[in-house]
Write a protein that binds this ligand. Structure first.
Ligand SMILES: Cc1ncc(COP(=O)(O)O)c(C=O)c1O
Length: 469
């Protein structure tokens, strides 16, 4: 008769007649830092990694990131089918490049490129790559012009507000351009035309403006900056382009308020970036860069690569990349059309306004800015929380941590210079964040504050106040 011990050992070895949790792979340490000598069955590898990833936050409760976390099953199917296609192999996959160009056409139209303009664009990994490429092109044009005029071109600068994403600072450092970053002021968290005026000169390669800042979701004075630059060109002859960072806003504003002018309708707006993986409603990573006209992109920056049987013009920082998100972007544009995007963006704003009002009604929060233009909410704690029985030292960082214990991912941070003493919580409303979810979030916030009140009461029982009268 076989002993029970031998049976289990055999079973563990073979993994037969048991689930993956009866196999040896779950009871032995898994290889972490060295490539194992032998492999393991696919099911075991899948289960081990899948289980480990449970330690990550829940993507559906992630109100921190702008990035899309849900797509339709049909989009998922297209993505799965095209994961292996290298976008750069356009001789092998010419249709994928044609699809990219269709999207560029659609976006140029969405951003109101003039009918007769010879617009040009590219897909990128995200807005960061698109911004670097866009502003690099402006640096090139500025330098070519300066050289042609026999002028010094050794000190280029770029002007932007402190409300920009970190990629703008990266651009200045990586591409050796003087960074002229206008600090924020209390109550003024975006770039104004007046501040631009103080900072530009003949060496300014571009002004960067943001349609939906990462910090607060607000919008820079784009039209006012454009008017200023029109005047500057007339008066001083400096033709300074604007690059609009529409990472989140450029897929929202056209569907919410098509009369709002921020795009190619403004004469100095020469390039625009948008993240397909934000409100373009595609998973990471896809971004888009569109130039109003080919003439703003120097030929010198386009590399003709002789690759896999064809000549490939490239204007990108990387070489190989997946095709699936470019295809998924086209899926969304076909599937949703303007009407579908518009319905989603209006729903997002309804939820945003509802959540903002409900948060204010709790009495614990106030909005950084009462005017909500994009589906992004930045909130501060009310000053008088003590009156509610909340301990003085509670701050937004504590609330963010407590929310995380309940599964919600809501970041807390301080604003950039000169508003560092303002700390906010930021909530990004995404497509799959419903009104019901908004209620659940507020319920959890109320529970967090109730716990604080209870803690304070329990403490006061231990140490009764002397001042009992
Ligand atoms: C305003 C703005 N610009 C640029 C970026 C960078 O975008 P991406 O993550 O697509 O590279 C972000 C990301 O949040 C952003 O909010």
């Amino acid at each position: 008769m076989l002993s029970n011990k031998i049976n289990v050992k055999d079973m563990k070895k073979t993994g037969k007649n048991t689930s993956i949790y009866g196999s040896r792979y779950v009871s032995e340490p898994i290889p972490k830092y060295e490539i194992p000598e032998g492999g393991m069955p696919s099911k075991a590898a899948y289960q081990l990694i899948n289980d480990e990833l449970n330690l990550d936050g829940n993507i559906n409760l992630n109100l921190a990131s702008f990035v899309t976390t849900w797509m339709e099953p049909e989009a998922d199917m297209l993505i799965n089918q095209t994961n292996g296609k290298n976008f750069v192999d356009n001789d092998e996959y010419p249709q994928t490049e044609i699809i990219q160009n269709r999207v560029i056409n659609m976006l140029a139209g969405l951003f109101n490129a003039p009918e007769d303009s010879d617009f040009i664009g590219t897909s990128t990994i995200g807005s960061s790559e698109a911004i670097m490429l866009g502003v690099l092109a402006h640096k090139w044009s500025w330098r070519e012009k300066r050289k042609a005029e026999g002028k010094d071109s050794s000190n280029p600068n770029i002007v932007m507000g402190a409300d920009v994403h970190v990629v703008w600072e990266k651009f200045a450092k990586y591409f050796d351009v003087e960074l002229r970053m206008v600090p924020m002021e209390k109550g003024e968290y975006t770039l104004t035309a007046d501040k631009v005026k103080e900072n530009i000169d003949e060496n300014t390669i571009a002004v960067g403006v943001v349609l939906g800042t990462t910090f607060t979701g607000q919008i820079d004075q784009i039209e006012e900056v454009n008017d200023l630059l029109v005047k500057v060109k007339e008066e001083k002859g400096w033709d300074i382009p604007i690059h609009v960072d529409g990472a989140s806003g450029a897929f929202v504003m056209p569907f919410l308020d098509s009369d709002f002018k921020w795009d190619f309708r403004l004469s100095h707006v020469r390039s625009i970036n948008v993240s397909g993986h934000k409100y373009g409603l595609v998973y990471p990573g896809v971004g888009w860069l569109i130039f109003k006209d080919k003439k703003y992109l120097s030929d010198d920056l386009i590399f003709e690569v002789n690759y896999l049987g064809g000549i490939l013009p490239t204007f990108n920082l990387n070489f190989s990349k997946g095709s699936s998100m470019v295809i998924a972007q086209y899926y969304n544009l076909l599937r949703l059309g303007k009407e579908g995007y518009s319905n989603i963006m209006h729903n997002l704003m309804d939820t945003t306004i509802y959540l903002a009002d409900t948060l204010k009604d709790t009495g614990y929060f106030k909005l950084l800015d009462e005017e909500l233009i994009l589906p992004i909410i930045a909130i501060k704690l009310e000053d008088n929380l003590k009156d509610f029985g909340i301990p003085d030292e509670v701050d937004v960082f504590d609330i963010s941590r407590k929310l995380r214990e309940k599964g919600w991912l809501v970041p807390a941070y301080t604003l950039p210079a000169n508003a560092e003493d303002i700390a906010v919580l930021r909530i990004v409303i995404k497509e799959n964040f419903t009104r019901d979810m908004a209620d659940l979030l507020v319920q959890d916030l109320n529970n967090i504050f109730d716990e604080y009140k209870k803690d304070l009461k329990d403490d006061s029982k231990k140490e009764p106040s002397i001042n009992i009268f």
